[in-house]
Ligand binder design. Structure first.
Ligand code: M6R
Length: 588
């Protein structure tokens, strides 16, 4: 969460910072600010709201500066809590959480220092300002007192041509080209053709000084040689391509994301992983949000076809449950961004306890990728909308293939995945039909999504999507569980979406349809079991193509994503940037 960008070089810093922040806005967008230094004087401009609110800062003169777009953790979204924060001659931007900030602040205040914000971050500026010596040593000394996670970029009026930056448990990259030096929390903020980019590891420092190559240092401030990473700058320019929102564009990209992501695990580059999959005795899956739902789907498929005791965990629970990690455990960490703090911590814990870690991530060079033993990329392409769509389907493609390999290793077999590709394309075309359902949802009190088997996981995902961007209360529920209490909530203002793709379970789910209809709910059906369409109690339905029921979230997710999208728009929300959220959740 939060985005950092910094620049020092031959060009005016302000436009570079603002463009970089714009590209980072998916990391947080409740407030933003930049600081530009000229002739040793620092000018700070901060605003509540989005980066576009900083447009007047574009004309600032000065060839060195830092910028930040915020997702509030400590202190409300406001101008005074926006970064950069200044103390004396020091100016900082920070991502992460300083867990001992309260104690550090009390100590600073006891010395008579005044604070201008409610943030944990401001204390970093105070700690650095209190140190003697050059900026690099001052930053290092300050870091030694900080507990928590951080990526920090620092300016000092004492060293008007230098940015010092460092990280711990929060990503940071450094770039350079003929025009200058760059720092950012994410590659896309500084990606450009011909620009070299380096990834900072935990505890490392970098000094960016005008006219010189970037310098890198270990935690002990010993020089470190770094190799530039190989990234594709062309891929990193997001564009809506004629769509009104990124979310709609990204739903349209699902078929391509799936077909590009389906791995052939028997192929050379994955053969070592394939061996591990074949021998795996225990499978733990950790993830958050939508990625957790794809983990649940994999879990189901693994049970069904590999007959292996797998378990999917919410990463933030796994890390504190003192998990039992038997020998030969493979931990599958699923994360679109590869930077989700809870997923990283869960993976690191399992690794510490002897598990091999397989990362399934959409972002090359992400922290998750770097800590894992094996990586299976999803090739969904950059996902800009905060709501995960194409990355979910791409994750399913990879995770189903992994489950298939585990099954093969146990002398079993999973149904082939290839038939999913045409089914996904067809489902995308059908998904548009849900647009006509919107009037029933737009003023609803709450919404239920019901399903059994794999349909239940699709229900969870459909509900998360709707909550996230429409702000309507909603629940994904196992269809058979409704009558054990939840049915009390159902009335004429609670539309129900029933998902039915398993002919064996169809009658059972339809029983729940009868129950909610009898309580006044309007029922909407997403199915590929044609017999269900004859139910007179259904207000409207979408008939999807046939597919293996265990794989069906791959196709039922499409109308569910589309429904959330259209309901959000009808309620006047920006589906790409829902309130209170950020694309990448890098704090605990
Ligand atoms: O980057 P990750 O896949 O690790 O992110 C996990 C969740 O934060 C994410 O899936 C979130 O739930 C989505 N915004 C939901 O649409």
């Amino acid at each position: 969460m939060c985005g950092i960008v910094g620049y020092v070089g031959e060009r005016r810093a302000a436009p570079i910072l603002l463009d970089g922040l714009q590209r980072l806005e998916y990391r947080g967008y409740d407030s933003a600010g930049i600081a530009v230094m000229r002739g040793g004087q620092i000018t700070v401009v901060r605003r509540k709201g989005r980066v576009k609110g900083l447009s007047e800062a574009r004309s600032l003169e000065g060839k060195i500066g830092i910028g930040h777009t915020r997702w509030a953790t400590h202190g409300a979204p406001s101008e005074r809590n926006a970064h950069p924060h200044v103390c004396g001659k020091i100016c900082i931007v920070h991502n992460g959480i300083i867990e001992n900030a309260a104690a550090l602040r009390t100590a600073c205040e006891a010395r008579g220092e005044l604070f201008a914000s409610d943030t944990d971050s401001e204390v970093i500026a105070h700690l650095i300002a209190a140190e003697k010596g050059d900026l690099l040593h001052a930053v290092r000394a300050a870091c030694e007192r900080m507990v928590g996670s951080y990526a920090v970029a620092v300016l000092s009026q004492e060293e008007p041509e230098t940015i010092v930056c460092t990280r711990r448990a929060s990503p940071l990259v450094v770039g350079c080209d003929g025009d200058g030096l760059y720092v950012a929390s994410d590659i896309p903020a500084i990606a450009a053709k011909g620009r070299k980019v380096y990834v900072l590891e935990d505890g490392e420092f970098s000094v960016l000084r005008q006219g010189r190559p970037p310098r890198f240092y270990s935690g002990a401030l010993l020089p470190v040689e770094k190799t530039e990473i190989d990234y594709d700058a062309a891929e990193d320019v997001p564009a809506k391509g004629g769509f009104r929102h990124f979310m709609k564009k990204e739903i349209a990209e699902v078929p391509e994301a799936v077909s590009r992501s389906l791995p052939d695990l028997r192929k050379g580059e994955y053969s070592a992983l394939y061996e591990v999959l074949c021998q795996t005795k225990y499978l733990h899956i950790v993830a958050c949000g939508t990625a957790y739902h794809s983990g649940l789907c994999m879990n189901y498929v693994t049970h069904r076809f590999a007959r292996l005791p797998a378990e999917a965990y919410v990463a933030s629970e796994y890390r504190y449950m003192d998990p039992i990690v038997p020998a030969d455990t493979l931990l599958v960490a699923v994360s679109q961004s590869g930077e989700t703090a809870d997923t990283l911590a869960a993976a690191a814990l399992a690794k510490e306890r002897g598990a091999k870690v397989l990362a399934v991530t959409n972002v090359p060079y992400s922290s998750l990728e770097r800590l894992s033993d094996f990586v299976l990329p999803t090739y969904a392409g950059r996902e800009i909308a905060v709501a995960a769509t194409k990355s979910f389907n791409a994750q399913l493609a990879v995770l189903y293939a992994v489950a298939g390999a585990v099954a093969a290793g146990r002398g079993l077999s999973a149904p082939p995945l290839a038939p999913l590709l045409p089914a996904v394309r067809e489902a995308l075309a059908m998904a548009e039909q849900v647009r006509s359902w919107v009037p029933y949802f737009v003023g609803a009190k709450s919404v239920f999504f019901l399903g059994r088997g794999a349909d239940y996981f699709a229900a969870l995902e459909g509900s998360l999507k709707l909550k996230e961007i429409s702000y309507l209360p909603s629940e994904g529920y196992p269809a058979g569980e409704l009558k054990h209490g939840t049915l009390a909530l159902v009335d004429g203002r609670t539309p129900v979406v029933a998902i039915v793709t398993d002919p064996v379970l169809a009658d059972k789910t339809m029983n729940a349809v009868h129950e909610v209809y009898a309580r006044g709910a309007a029922v909407f059906l997403i199915t590929n079991v044609p017999e269900c369409l004859s139910c007179a109690e259904v207000t409207a339905s979408v008939l999807l193509p046939k597919c293996e029921p265990a794989y069906s979230p791959m196709i039922t997710s499409l109308p569910l994503q589309m429904l959330a999208y259209y309901v959000a728009i009808a309620r006047g929300n920006d589906p790409d940037k829902p309130r209170n959220l950020a694309k990448s959740v890098t704090v605990e």
